[in-house]
Design a protein around this ligand. Structure first.
Ligand SMILES: Nc1ncnc2c1ncn2[C@@H]1O[C@H](COP(=O)(O)OP(=O)(O)OP(=O)(O)O)[C@@H](O)[C@H]1O
Length: 262
C-alpha cells in the first residue's frame, strides 16, 4: 500500500499535503491526531471513498477503489438497531470469503472458520444472539472478527478500541498485531490512544493542523517533535511504559488522557 505526494483538501481546507508513505506487508501503522485532523479521511482515501486532491494511492498494486477485495475494514463504531435480524455468528460469516464457500453454503470449513473467529474475539458465548441485543463492546468485537474473516492483505481500523474495556482492548490489539506479523497483513489503525497498541506499532502517522509527521513511536512521540508539529508547547511524558501527551485540549482530543498517571 502506498501514497505518493498525496493531498486531501475539502474546499479551502487542506487536511494533509505532500504525504508519501509505503506501508509494507506485515507493518502496523498507527494514525494519531486530534479530532478533525483527518484520520478517518485518511482511511476513506485508502478505501477509495474520498478522491485525493493531488497525488496517488495504490492498494496491493492497484489504485484505491471501492470494494477492494484485499481490504478488511472495521468502521467507526455505530450500534446496530435493536431489532437487527442477524445473529452474531451470521455477521461474522458475512466476512468469510463468499467466493470460496458461498454465504448460503454452511459447510464444515465455513463453520470452523466462523467458530475460530468468534473464539479469537471472545464472542463464542453470544454467537447465537441477535446482534442488536448485544452491548457496544460485544458488537465491536464481532466487527473485528468479520474484518479478519477473509484474511485481508490490508486491514483498516477506525478507532476499534473505543467501546471496549481494558481487557478486550488488549485482546483485540494483540489479535490485530498477530494478524500483521503472522499473516503479513498491512494494518492501518486509527486511534486517539496509542498505549493499548504501543507494543504492536511499527510506525506512527501523526496528523495535526494540516501537517503530519511519520516515524517509529520513539521518533514521533517526543516533546520536541510534537511541539514542532503543533506549533505550540506540548509535553510528551513517559510513565510506567505509557505515553501521555500533555498540552492544549485540542492536542489529542481526549482531555482525560492529558492527566499524568501517578
Ligand atoms: N466530505 C467532506 N466534505 C467536507 N469536509 C469534510 C468531509 N469529510 C470530512 N470533512 C472534514 O474534514 C475534517 C477531518 O475529518 P475526519 O473525520 O477525517 O477527522 P478525524 O481526524 O477522523 O476526527 P475524529 O477524531 O473526530 O474522528 C473535519 O473537519 C471534517 O468536518
Amino acid at each position: 500500500m502506498s501514497l505518493h505526494g498525496a493531498q486531501l483538501s475539502y474546499g479551502p481546507r487542506t487536511l494533509w499535503d505532500g504525504l508519501s508513505l509505503d506501508i509494507a506487508a506485515g507493518e502496523f501503522l498507527a494514525v494519531l491526531g486530534a479530532n478533525g485532523s483527518g484520520k478517518t479521511s485518511f482511511l476513506k482515501v485508502l478505501l477509495g471513498l474520498a478522491p485525493l486532491s493531488a497525488g496517488t494511492v495504490m492498494i496491493d498494486g492497484a489504485p484505491a477503489q471501492r470494494g477492494h477485495r484485499s481490504i478488511g475494514y472495521v468502521p467507526q463504531h455505530k450500534n446496530f438497531a435493536p431489532d437487527t435480524a442477524l445473529r452474531a455468528r451470521d455477521l461474522v460469516g458475512l466476512g468469510v470469503d463468499g467466493h470460496k464457500w458461498g454465504v448460503r453454503i454452511r459447510g464444515r470449513a465455513y463453520n470452523q472458520r466462523v467458530d475460530g473467529l468468534l473464539a479469537q474475539v471472545g464472542a463464542t458465548p453470544y454467537a447465537k444472539i441477535p446482534v442488536g441485543m448485544l452491548s457496544g463492546g460485544e458488537q465491536q468485537r464481532l466487527r473485528i472478527a468479520q474484518a479478519l474473516a477473509s484474511n485481508p492483505r490490508v486491514l483498516l481500523c477506525d478507532e476499534p478500541l473505543l467501546s471496549l474495556d481494558l481487557h478486550h482492548q488488549k485482546a483485540v490489539s494483540a489479535l490485530v498485531g498477530e494478524q500483521a506479523k503472522a499473516n503479513g497483513t498491512a494494518v492501518v489503525f486509527v486511534t486517539h490512544e496509542i498505549n493499548p497498541i504501543l507494543e504492536h506499532v511499527d510506525r506512527v502517522l501523526y496528523l495535526a493542523d494540516g501537517r503530519f509527521t511519520i516515524g517509529t513511536p520513539a521518533q514521533v512521540m517526543r516533546t520536541e517533535v510534537l511541539s514542532e508539529l503543533y506549533g505550540t508547547r506540548v509535553e510528551v511524558l513517559h510513565s510506567n511504559g505509557r505515553i501521555v501527551v500533555v498540552g492544549a485540549a485540542r492536542v489529542d482530543g481526549h482531555a482525560a488522557q492529558e492527566v499524568v498517571p501517578s
